[in-house]
Design a binder for this molecule. Structure first.
Ligand code: BG6
Length: 467
């Protein structure tokens, strides 16, 4: 496959550790997890000190690209926007190590680790954060743009804003619809502002956005269900993808929201920036689809099962007046109750390609498992099956003409999984947190190497009927 990138994806807070080293400022996650006394990423996979070993393993595993994020608190010291040279040096080394190993760096500018000094002024609820982000993005383009040609402004705006301001299970831990709307808006505005800086600066390469993609399915074909599907698609996908790719916030969604929310922060000059600064590509993180039915009754309910036990109840999404998410009982699920549905990736890519006609990268896909990593080699056949099914779905979509340009496994090595801690393992390489963070490739690491080296020929193929 020509120019197809194969690799793994990580996020700074989830793997680096070194939280108070190299002049790094505090992030909102440090503050929140320390205060709540929860498992944190202070050490994580210690990638900060071991990135050379990790990148070498990626190379030996056949990877041609590495998707990682830059930590804003490592790069910008304070509210005045002062640059931390040690942070720049660290990422220069990381990028150079990738290139020396024949690995294309695929860089995310923001993967949720907002500096605490900005959070203290209201974080994404304060327009000032957009200006600060624009400055930070320019610093990154100036420092790394001679070698980095694949940029993403944000990782999963929907997931981080909803979790922080609507569900309340991520920092800052609020549950407020108006804040959710304000935070979403400022974050998407900041994304367009960074695209503007990128274009005006004449930096080389492409800039995109990464979305937590949940293709929407209905329980039946009734008109009511179709309306519910539209609400769900706006809620889950369109406000990111339409805004970033077409420069338009979905009008029907704003119409609905204006009944109860204040939209006065949406200034005409902002909307011009959004309109004229659309992205070059879409990154889709795919874990599962969303099956919905019309809203029936009850208050808005958003529950996420972070327990790793299906017995502890299922995740639930009800948006009052809009839709309810259902859990198809006959489907397969992970221990964390995420549905396994590769056909959704195939169908989703086709929808996205048809609607936006922009190149697509599958920027994350993977399965969280409980694993005993004390053995010589973890036999993660379940992960192999999972990845095979999803890469197969991508190949099917590509064969129908969709322009998919890369696949990134979440994750190249075990890392810290936010509220799920470190027991939820996603890596192709095991990290033994109990034994000096020792790295040991799992069976999937060798399987993926073979897939890459055969340019996808090693994938067991399957086509779908009607999906
Ligand atoms: C994506 C994020 O939502 O999914 C990652 O971009 C995250 O940061 C991954 O780790 C898996 O989710 P979780 O909650 O199982 O770690």
């Amino acid at each position: 496959m020509k120019e197809f990138l194969w690799g793994g994806a990580t996020a700074s807070y989830q793997c680096e550790g070194g939280w108070n080293e190299g002049g790094r400022a505090e992030s909102m996650w440090d503050k929140y997890l320390h205060e709540e006394n929860l498992e944190n990423g202070d050490v994580a996979s210690d990638h900060y000190h071991r990135f050379k070993e990790d990148i070498k393993m990626m190379k030996e595993g056949g990877h041609t690209s590495y998707r990682f994020s830059l930590a804003w608190p490592r790069i910008i010291k304070n509210l005045e926007g002062e640059i931390n040279q040690e942070g720049i040096d660290f990422y220069n080394e990381m990028i150079d190590t990738c290139l020396e190993n024949g690995i294309t760096p695929f860089v995310t500018i923001y993967h949720w680790d907002l500096p605490q000094y900005l959070e203290e002024l209201g974080g994404w609820l304060n327009r000032r954060t957009c200006e600060a982000y624009m400055h930070y993005a320019k610093v990154c383009f100036d420092a790394f743009g001679d070698r980095v040609v694949h940029w993403s402004t944000f990782n999963e705006p929907r997931y981080c804003i909803f979790s922080g301001y609507l569900i309340g299970n991520y920092p800052p831990g609020h549950r407020d619809l108006q804040e959710t709307l304000t935070g979403s808006y400022y974050l998407m505005l900041a994304s367009a502002m960074a695209v503007k800086v990128f274009r005006e600066g004449g930096y080389k390469g492409q800039i995109g956005i990464v979305h937590s993609f949940a293709p929407v399915y209905g329980v039946d074909g009734t008109v009511q269900t179709r309306i519910a599907m539209r609400f769900a698609d706006n809620f889950l996908n369109n406000w990111i993808l339409d805004t970033a790719a077409m420069g338009e916030i979905p009008g029907d969604m704003l119409g609905e929201l204006s009944k109860t929310c204040d939209l006065s922060m949406m200034l005409p000059e902002d909307l011009e920036i959004i309109k004229h600064n659309t992205v070059d590509f879409l990154g889709l993180n795919y874990y599962a689809r969303a099956v919905v039915k019309p809203y029936e009754t009850g208050e808005t309910t958003l529950i996420v099962n972070n327990s790793g036990s299906k017995a502890k109840g299922t995740s639930q999404t009800i948006i009052k007046g809009w839709f309810e998410q259902v859990r198809p009982e006959s489907s397969r699920y992970t221990e964390w109750d995420t549905e396994i549905f590769p056909e959704g990736l195939y169908e989703g890519i086709r929808q996205v390609w048809k609607k936006y006609h922009l190149p697509v990268y599958i920027t994350e896909n993977g399965i969280g498992l409980y694993e005993d990593v004390t053995v010589d080699q973890v036999d993660d056949e379940e992960r192999i099956q999972f990845m095979n099914m999803h890469i197969n779905a991508i190949l099917n979509a590509k064969e129908e003409g969709c322009d998919v340009r890369g696949y990134f496994a979440w994750s190249p090595f075990d890392l810290y999984s936010w509220k799920n801690g470190t027991e939820k393992r996603y890596g192709l390489v095991a990290v033994d947190y109990e034994d000096n963070l020792k790295r040991k490739p799992k069976k999937s690491y060798y399987w993926f190497k073979n897939v890459i080296e055969t340019k996808g020929e090693a994938i067991k193929r399957e086509t779908y009927g009607e999906v």
